[in-house]
Design a protein around this ligand. Structure first.
Ligand SMILES: *[C@@H]1O[C@H](CO)[C@@H](O)[C@H](O)[C@H]1NC(C)=O
Length: 226
């Protein structure tokens, strides 16, 4: 009696595996389609050159009243999102986050597709003015300056790379007469927002510059072991 049961179980298991690999196949196919469609669209994307297209189509339209807020955060990038979330911890405060463009989609969620997301309407499409000492490899010494346009801001298109400003830039801004912008002033806020996950225990980490437990998830990028 044991044998048929075992066979039945095995048959069921095989059917199950069959269904799983069918599903996996479907998932892979749908991702292939998603990626190739977006890559194709990226080839034809035109950099916006006329800001008229960002104006409301009907200028006479009455603005919508969304109510009154205690704080308005402009931009829902990594910084704005964490800031808004932290501010909203004060229960009585109403926080408004303003962002342009669309919500993220399945494609923007694939972090390594950042470059193709740049070539889409998720990018404002800014360029630098002609530079004298940098961007020399670009036509007219003009660098592209991709900025995310959508919920998530530039985190939509930067392949999840996290780079803090250079301490000398903060120093310079501070010396130009902006109290509170020296590196020593801003560092505590970087630390106060960070959740550093030490995913490579063998890699050195400087505790002076990292902290854990807050909302901004940071970890070392995955890399091939040497
Ligand atoms: C490049 O140099 C010229 C001539 O000195 C100057 O007028 C211009 O402002 C400089 N451009 C930048 C982006 O610094």
């Amino acid at each position: 009696m044991i044998v048929p049961v075992a066979v039945a179980t095995l048959a069921l298991w095989c059917m199950c595996l069959g269904a799983r690999s069918d599903n996996l196949e479907k998932t892979i196919k749908s991702y292939e389609k998603l990626i190739s469609e977006h890559r194709e669209a990226a080839k034809h994307w035109k950099v916006p050159t006329d800001n008229q297209e960002f104006k409301p189509s009907d200028a006479s339209q009455e603005p919508t009243d969304f109510g009154t807020f205690d704080m308005i955060v402009v931009g829902s990038g990594s910084a704005g999102s964490v800031l808004a979330s932290r501010l909203s911890e004060v229960e009585d405060w109403r926080i408004l986050v303003i962002e342009a463009g669309n919500f993220p989609n399945e494609f923007t969620a694939i972090t390594r597709m950042g470059y193709d997301v740049i070539l889409s309407d998720y990018n404002w499409g800014y360029y630098s003015v002609p530079q004298n000492t940098s961007c020399q490899g670009f036509k007219g010494s003009v660098c592209p300056h991709p900025r995310g346009k959508g919920v998530g801001g530039t985190s939509l298109l930067n392949a999840l790379i996290y780079v803090r400003g250079n301490r000398h830039d903060y120093k310079r801004w501070c010396e130009m007469g902006n109290p509170g912008w020296c590196y020593e002033d801003v560092l505590p806020y970087f630390l106060n927002s960070e959740d550093y996950y030490h995913n490579y225990p063998e890699a050195p980490v400087d505790p002076e510059y990292h902290s854990s437990g807050e909302q901004f998830k940071i970890q070392r990028g995955y890399h091939e072991k040497d």
